[in-house]
Design a protein around this ligand. Structure first.
Ligand SMILES: NC(=O)c1ccc[n+]([C@@H]2O[C@H](COP(=O)([O-])OP(=O)(O)OC[C@H]3O[C@@H](n4cnc5c(N)ncnc54)[C@H](O)[C@@H]3O)[C@@H](O)[C@H]2O)c1
Ligand SMILES: O=C(O)[C@H](O)COP(=O)(O)O
Length: 396
């Protein structure tokens, strides 16, 4: 009988992605007691109990701060995300945010709505008031201004390149930029070596970093103060990356012109110089499809083949299946003699290794091994008995 895998879906996951999961193999539902996989977007897993049945979590999106990534890693549960799959959607919203701020579009549209809805003006009276009122919304153009991009990953690189083609001078800061992203970055984007320099030289700052300990409150009072007067902060990363109180004080003093963000808060959303959107960055049909397809494919490949792609807590481990073999997936602490002990246990069980791969990431490592011969249930127990082995799975 074919093994089936129950998958719990949280949030609205695009049907285009869900279609990738063959219903003969995967049972999908929102209310599954013992899931093998969880497929989600922004649902908070920090306070949810994690069942022992769970093999993997797939985040249809980029940010994984809603998931207890380290705890799951310590239990041998990979967390996947979908880098780049929603990057264009966010880039377009950031460019829109820059224009909203520079041309005062939000307040201008609100003004004209009020002329009709609140003041009941029409005809010539309306025309007169439109012309009389427009001067208060006069803005500025982007060429000649400097944009500072913090985080040059999937989104930051697209934003930097697009802004540069709109005529802005673009500075970028990312001490851990990958070679792939560096290749994608326009040569006209100037990389700076400190976040302080970026603030001091930028009229607009846009954030494209994950919310982690190192990025909490990255935009603070001192850094804002170092910007030229009339600056704009764009935050489509996560609310916690910005010290919002410091931003509000700078807006009140007139030092900052606008704070455009995707993370409404009680204090921020009602401020007249804050434009807060309801976490819309990835909310396009295209991005939702891309993310769901990528997340579903990664989850399916892990459950069926043990392959790990785009995991935030385990290394990339992908190995072609060897026909006529049984596959085992083993998570272990990254310490000496783990591979020796695992292969000794296989030899002890009389199994011949056809293919073997082992990679580590930080404190943990993952082994995929295809073995020839009959794999007895006792083998799993003897592998689990090795000091440092976290989890072992016979994949079939
Ligand atoms: N508003 C939305 O709907 C929306 C959509 C997608 C992503 N996001 C947020 O944007 C973040 C970035 O997404 P991405 O797809 O570009 O991720 P990514 O992993 O491709 O890029 C993140 C980049 O940030 C860099 N970085 C990490 N710490 C840094 C620091 N202290 N200073 C400077 N750079 C640092 C990394 O080196 C990496 O290059 C996500 O983690 C998520 O929180 C929001
Ligand atoms: O990190 C992300 O990918 C975004 O914040 C999108 O979140 P969402 O999938 O809940 O829209």
């Amino acid at each position: 009988m074919t093994q089936t895998y129950p998958i719990q879906t949280l949030n609205a996951i695009s049907p285009v992605g869900l279609q990738r999961l063959d219903r003969d193999v995967f049972d999908l539902g929102t209310d599954i007691a013992e899931p093998r996989g969880i497929l989600l977007r922004s649902a908070d897993l920090h306070s949810a109990p994690i069942p022992d049945s769970l093999y993997a979590v797939a985040r249809a999106g980029a940010g994984t701060n809603n998931i207890p990534v380290d705890d799951l890693g310590a239990r041998g549960i990979p967390v996947f995300n979908t880098p780049g799959a929603n990057a264009n959607a966010v880039k377009e919203l950031v460019i829109a945010g820059m224009l909203l701020a520079a041309r005062n579009l939000y307040h201008a549209a609100d003004y004209t709505r009020g002329l009709v809805a609140d003041q009941a003006l029409s005809g010539g009276d309306l025309d007169k008031q439109v012309e009389a009122g427009k001067k208060q919304f006069a803005g500025y153009e982007l060429p000649g201004k400097t944009l500072g991009v913090i985080g040059l990953g999937a989104i930051g690189v697209l934003v930097a390149n697009a802004a540069q083609s709109l005529g802005l001078k673009v500075l970028g800061y990312d001490p851990a930029i990958t070679v792939e992203r560096a290749w994608q970055l326009s040569p006209n984007v100037e990389q700076v070596t400190s976040v302080e320099e970026l603030f001091a030289r930028s009229n607009m700052i846009t954030l494209h970093v994950p919310l982690i300990e190192a990025t909490k409150g990255l935009v603070d009072a001192d850094r804002i103060a170092s910007m030229a007067p009339g600056g704009v902060v764009l935050n489509f990363a996560r609310g916690g990356v910005v010290d919002e109180q410091a931003v509000i004080e700078a807006l009140d003093s007139g030092h900052l012109h606008a704070y455009v963000n995707d993370f409404p808060s009680e204090a921020g959303s009602v401020h007249p110089k804050v434009i807060a959107l309801p976490h819309l960055g990835a909310s396009t049909g295209e991005a939702e499809d891309n993310c769901a397809v990528m997340a579903a494919d990664q989850l399916s490949d892990y459950l069926l083949n043990g392959n790990i792609r785009n995991s935030v807590n385990f290394p990339e481990v992908v190995m072609a299946r060897t026909p006529g073999t049984t596959r085992l997936g083993i998570f272990n602490e990254n310490k000496p003699n783990m591979i020796g002990q695992i292969t000794a246990a296989l030899a002890e069980a009389g199994l011949n290794v056809a293919e073997f791969t082992n990679k580590s990431k930080g404190e943990v490592a993952y082994t995929l091994v295809d073995v020839e011969g009959e794999v007895q249930d006792e083998l799993k127990d003897s592998i689990l008995a090795i000091d440092g082995v976290i989890r072992a799975r016979k994949i079939g």
